[in-house]
Design a protein around this ligand. Structure first.
Ligand SMILES: Cc1ncc(COP(=O)(O)O)c(C=O)c1O
Length: 434
């Protein structure tokens, strides 16, 4: 048993050589073959999480829909798994829409999001025939109506609402409060005005509401008051008019050994009960429930491997250990202070007897992957594995400092395949025009 059992992919084991393995593949061998930084996914775990969501929704909210939030990780191989497992997909930009279409999604299963969709994105979505557009503001409703009218279609829409409820999570990933760039606040009847604008638009069909409260949630108690507020709004809008309620994603995952997130089943059951109870209490016909998980499908299945380079002990201060990646492949620690617990993949059974600051190679002092990493004494060339990097890692990667974005490898049953090749230096300058 590894100390980080809940954090690593479910298939993680330690080989007889003390190497960490995922999906039956030795991570030390993979790093040697493909170089580092390297992102490795347990493909079976991705599949299993997608299926777990589908089954939980079938159990607790029959007729409901699971929409994978592709912002968490939108590689084509990942989207292929999501499609094969029968989930829908949420895209928040033209780029994510392009990826979903290339991955073979039925456009009717695509939900378009975004707080500032531009005319090209709206046109591309309508031309592709996306099933649902989640409208975010009055400007967008006018734009969507114009584009739908030009095509002679009637587009199904959900109205994104902020119910004025703040979940217990980091402020940067809380979205349910009224003071948010996303959606229509109920405060000041802005959401009512949004519904009216949709109703006045002959080429838009109002289907219901969307409310994503926040991400990395462990405390699910926020869903009951939120559902109550939404049901109250549904009464005001007109009983029976809201036939779909998309309650967003948000289920947290374990990033450290102490984290204990609720299970997918508990999450879906909690959402479904909260919405169903609130709708019943308000005398409304039950809506179709939609949930939009991202992190809880992709997060635990992925790990990132780095090679240790410079190690700098500063007497009386601390030891810095630098790796060959950093904020260009894992931005979350810098973006909102996310905490990870790394281990040494080539000595996975060694005791963590030292505390070091694990830093990246970028020209920023804030390029700190793990402020206090508990690791065995490090040596140059060690392979550090940062678990639970499957969501919001690769999808937020950049070329800062001319860093090539990492390769991605999927492992399952002892077989590995590169699903995204490492960038080349020529890739980095390919768009420059002299
Ligand atoms: C609208 C919307 N839906 C779904 C998600 C996915 O959230 P999570 O990855 O926490 O499940 C997000 C995350 O930001 C979001 O903004």
């Amino acid at each position: 048993m590894l100390a980080l059992d809940q954090v690593l992919p479910p298939s993680a084991t330690v080989t007889s050589q003390g190497h960490l393995s995922v999906g039956g593949c030795d991570l030390v061998e993979l790093a040697e073959e493909h170089g580092t930084p390297l992102v490795v996914y347990d493909a079976g775990a991705l599949r299993a999480m997608a299926r777990t969501y589908r089954e939980a929704v079938a159990r607790h909210a029959p007729g409901g829909e699971v929409v994978y939030a592709s912002k968490a990780y939108f590689g084509l191989a990942m989207l292929g798994i999501i499609r094969e497992e029968g989930l829908s997909v949420d895209v928040a930009s033209g780029g994510e829409l392009h990826a979903a279409l290339r991955a073979g999604f039925d456009p009717a299963r695509i939900h378009l999001h975004g707080n500032n969709k531009d005319a090209h994105e709206v046109a591309a979505a309508l031309d592709a025939g996306v099933g649902t557009v989640v409208v975010d503001n009055l400007h967008e409703i006018a734009l969507l109506e114009r584009e739908a009218a030009a095509r002679g279609i009637r587009q199904r829409v959900l109205l994104r609402i902020t119910p004025g409820i703040s979940p217990s999570t980091h402020a940067h990933i809380a979205t349910g409060q009224s003071d948010s760039k996303f959606g229509f606040p109920l405060a000041g009847r802005m959401a009512h005005a949004g519904v009216e604008a949709v109703r006045r638009s002959p080429h838009l069909a109002f289907e219901g509401i969307h409310a994503h409260l926040g991400s990395q949630l462990f405390d699910l108690s926020v869903y009951r008051p939120a559902a109550d507020v939404l049901a109250g709004f549904a009464v005001e809008v007109g009983p029976g008019d809201i036939t779909t309620v998309d309650i967003g994603g948000g289920l947290g995952i374990a990033y450290t050994a102490d984290d204990r997130p609720p299970s997918v089943d508990t999450f879906v059951e909690t959402l479904a009960e909260a919405v169903h109870d609130a709708w019943r209490a308000h005398g409304l016909p039950l809506p179709r429930l939609v949930t939009e998980p991202g992190r809880s499908i992709a997060g635990r299945a992925g790990v990132t491997l780095y090679r240790v380079g410079a190690i700098k002990p500063i007497e009386g201060v601390r030891t810095y250990a630098s790796v060959d990646g950093g904020m260009s492949d894992l931005l979350r620690p810098m973006l909102y202070g996310a905490v990870y617990e790394p281990l040494v993949a080539n000595r996975a059974d060694a005791e963590p007897t030292e505390v070091v600051r694990l830093v990246g190679k970028h020209c920023e002092s804030s390029d700190v992957l793990v402020g206090e990493a508990h690791l065995p004494p490090l040596e140059v060339g060690d392979l550090v594995c940062v678990p639970a990097t499957g969501a919001y890692g690769v999808s937020m990667a950049s070329n800062y400092n001319g860093q090539r974005r990492p390769a991605v490898v999927f492992c399952e049953n002892g077989a590995s395949r590169v699903v995204t090749r490492r960038e080349t230096y020529d890739d980095i300058i390919a768009r420059d025009v002299l």
